[in-house]
Design a protein around this ligand. Structure first.
Ligand code: NI
Length: 254
């Protein structure tokens, strides 16, 4: 079944139909969802949400756009939440030089602190990196040794993807791969083994074609799997099966 490794169902775009939508997932072939926090507030929300849905797990972490709100006191709360039941990863964390909401020094500081937290708790990391390829790789090489994880919504070169794969990381592939102009990502998918790919929505964002621009949801991963299958010359079912196995192994969900 489909394993959505990165979703944001606590987003207000799901306020009107969250329950019905999530309860319909099994019928649509979706087996497991990891709901990922971005802000301090969403860390609180996701650990509560997973209690309601047996097929849902949580990732706790603070997105680089939001780290301005962190201090030792609030970070202590993040640490506490990260130790809760059904929390399977630290994320999303990283660097974002596109939106550049916080100084690079502040972003780097909290990125490293959250990587250390993952190491202490022996949890995988979900990495958000936008227009910060070199700094992300440098920090990962220094501070993510021995960690597992996903380079989420991967947007860099095929060569760099291969380097991450060599380091033991998975490449997160979502709706963007179905876009006509996503040549670089299509090339990356062709160039790395299926054993190193996990599928994701990042919903409500980044819906695949034919829903591009609309609200995304986990069932639409089928379109992502179809595109990956086309690029790899295998069946959609094989892509869904292998990426589910990859994700279960990564998150330690049996
Ligand atoms: Ni995300």
């Amino acid at each position: 079944m489909i394993f959505d490794t990165h979703a944001h169902y606590d987003d207000e775009q799901f306020d009107e139909d969250r329950k019905e939508l999530l309860h319909s997932m099994a019928d649509k072939g979706v087996g497991t969802i990891v709901n990922v926090s971005a802000s301090l507030k969403s860390c609180e929300r996701v650990v509560n949400m997973v209690q309601e849905y047996p097929f849902m797990y949580a990732a706790v972490g603070v997105h680089p756009d939001e780290v301005g709100g962190l201090c030792e006191e609030s970070f202590a709360r993040v640490k506490e939440l990260a130790g809760r039941d059904k929390v399977v990863a630290i994320g999303e964390i990283g660097l974002d030089y596109y939106w550049d909401q916080e100084s690079h020094d502040i972003q780097k500081k909290w990125f490293v602190r959250q990587l250390e937290l993952a190491g202490n708790l022996d949890l995988p990391v979900l990495i958000h990196s936008r227009e910060a390829a070199a700094d992300t790789m440098a920090i990962m090489k220094e501070h993510a040794r021995g960690l597992k994880g996903v380079i989420h919504c991967y947007s860099y070169s095929e060569e760099m993807a291969k380097e991450y794969v060599k380091m033991g990381f998975y490449i997160g592939v979502g709706g963007v791969v179905t876009f006509k102009n996503a040549r670089k990502l299509k090339q990356t998918v062709e160039g790395i083994p299926l054993a190193s790919i996990v599928l994701e929505t990042d919903c409500p964002y980044l819906a695949p074609v034919p829903y591009r621009g609309k609200r995304n949801q986990s069932a639409y991963i089928r379109y992502v799997a179809e595109e990956v299958a086309k690029l790899k010359g295998i069946t959609c079912e094989e892509v869904i099966r292998q990426t589910e196995e990859n994700a279960k192994k990564l998150y330690g969900i049996m």
